[in-house]
Design a protein. Structure first.
Length: 536
């Protein structure tokens, strides 16, 4: 496999999930914001909190978390950049839009998706999953607390203008409603605003929170202004009434008033001291677990016991597949984990090549611009490891296509392959790139970096700590594979103010061998090199 084809594989494999792999860990060891617009949005409300100049709860969370490209049919190329925070997720739906527009960065409808189970993949496109059985305002192990699924049921409750009344309704985990007359005496729970679009009422304690002013960070300085502009920027509109629930918080029972909005969940705990009696729920954490770890959904059916008969494999799993265009792929089909060997032809020698992958659902993910794949005679070989596909599509079975397009010639090669259930796949001898694990893990090239663990099988999450950078500088980064090929990215990392940080790197798309991650400071030119070994 030559360097040119390795470069293609980097985009068809690593490049598609690099933002998944280089995800960040919780606050205190972030790799940074993946777009300056995300940082500006966070800084407006939460930098004063982090710096101690504002005494209030977080709007987003202590710092940035996992970032990736997620399918969105309404965005250019069918993908959008997102970054997760404790309280929500930031999104850039149109990277070519006006960066100064207040809604250039949007705030996902995560609460609605969790309550309904409808995962949004476009302005009017959805994938149906499960309503999340995750407690939305209590400890995660609180078995009796209302969940997002509970509040999903409450979205259908009758609607009426109740301004002037008190919030006294109580809900249990099953969604049963009752009234607690004692709640009339709780201050600031009178309903003061009726939202005509959704037909829901907002109690004073939440209305004041959404319309609060205070220290904000704008254009490099702290000033005073509205935290939300407009009031529904962070929360969206209310989609349920406010309900009381008896839950467990930090291991202790507490009465909490909960209201679900399109984007956030607000909670009021009278036993807490202001201003921390009102907070936004950890919707971002809950949504990430639901979307990527299937938390809150029914467990998968148990694996049949050993010896259970299975249907014989089909005679040919590639029946009815479209014909390839100026290319070939071997094998034509297989289960997730199959490594597909691809040969493409008809390009202008040495020209740059773009590529994009099309999922069975029609979602498209591609390179942002043509890739310099080095010297080639117009025909190239590529390798695609399908282990990454569950990161792109939770149920990846079906027909996939990879399209390669020459920058100068405009020529396209299109190859098709099918992902089939494990039991339907014919036995194949699939070669694994990289030549197998090394005899020993040579980590002598480490520089200003530590890796834990130092080695592990494919799929290991390596914790990589880098040191020696200038505070708050940006850094580029690249991977070097066991054969010396380099896979880069146009994304940058933001080094924390300490000059060091920790990244979590998922090796699920890497083949066996000794790999290194190099991080290069764009201001200091300092480099940290982390070496780790991936087994079969």
């Amino acid at each position: 496999m030559n360097v040119a084809s390795r470069g293609l594989r980097a985009l068809a494999g690593l490049g598609l999930v690099l933002s998944f792999a280089a995800q960040t860990v919780p606050a205190g060891a972030q790799a940074g914001f993946t777009d300056p617009a995300f940082q500006r949005t966070w800084e407006r409300t939460d930098k004063p909190v982090a710096d101690g100049t504002a005494n209030r709860s977080w709007y987003w969370g202590p710092g940035p978390g996992f970032s990736t490209m997620e399918p969105n049919k309404s965005s250019p190329g069918g993908m959008r950049l997102v970054q997760y925070f404790d309280k929500s997720r930031m999104e850039i739906n149109n990277p070519g839009g006006n960066k100064n527009d207040a809604f250039y960065v949007t705030n996902g409808l995560l609460a609605t998706e969790l309550m309904t189970g409808r995962m949004q993949v476009g302005d009017t496109d959805f994938e149906q999953r499960c309503a999340a059985a995750i407690p939305l305002a209590s400890d995660t192990d609180d078995a009796n607390a209302p969940t997002y699924a509970t509040f999903g049921k409450l979205m259908a409750q009758p609607k009426s203008n109740q301004v002037g009344q008190k919030a006294t309704a109580v809900v249990d985990k099953a969604g049963n409603l009752s009234a607690d007359a004692s709640k009339v005496s709780v201050p600031n729970t009178d309903l003061v605003y009726f939202e005509p679009i959704t037909g829901r009422n907002i109690p004073k304690v939440f209305w004041d929170f959404l319309n609060a002013t205070g220290p904000i960070y704008v254009n490099g300085q702290v000033t005073t202004g509205p935290l939300n502009q407009p009031w529904f920027f962070a929360s969206g509109l209310p989609v349920t009434e406010a309900y009381w629930a008896r839950v467990k918080i930090a291991g202790q029972p507490a009465d909490v008033l909960i209201q679900a909005f399109e984007r956030r969940v607000l909670t009021y705990i009278p036993s807490y001291k202001a201003p921390f009696d009102v907070q936004m729920g950890n919707v971002g954490q809950h949504y990430y677990d639901w979307r990527y770890k299937n938390v809150g959904c029914a467990p998968a059916p148990p694996t049949p016991p050993a010896g259970t008969p299975t249907p014989p494999p089909a005679a040919s799993c590639d029946k009815g597949m479209p014909a390839n265009t100026a290319g070939s792929v071997t094998p034509a089909c297989g289960p997730v984990g199959t490594v597909f060997m691809i040969h493409i032809t008809g390009f202008t020698p040495d020209e740059k090549i773009s590529l994009w992958i099309t999922a069975p659902t029609g979602q498209v993910l591609g390179t942002p611009r043509p890739l310099d794949v080095g010297h080639h005679p117009a025909d190239l070989d590529d390798v695609f490891d399908s282990s990454i596909l569950p990161l792109l599509l939770p149920k990846p079975d079906g027909l996939w296509a990879i399209t390669y397009q020459g920058e100068k010639s405009g020529h396209q090669s299109i190859v098709w392959f099918k992902i089939v259930p494990e039991s339907a796949a014919p036995p194949t001898a699939t070669p694994v790139p990289g030549g197998g694990p090394p005899a020993a893990c040579d980590r002598s090239a480490n520089k200003d970096a530590t890796v834990t663990p130092t080695s592990g099988p494919k799929g290991t999450v390596f914790s990589i700590t880098i040191t020696g950078f200038q505070p708050n500088e940006d850094a580029s980064y690249w991977l070097t594979d066991p054969d010396g090929a380099v896979f880069g990215t146009e994304q940058t990392l933001h080094i924390p103010s300490s000059g060091s940080g920790t990244l979590q790197f998922n090796s699920g798309v890497l083949y066996p061998g000794t790999w290194s991650l190099t991080v290069h400071g764009l201001t200091s030119n300092h480099e940290s090199i982390a070496v780790f070994c991936v087994g079969p």
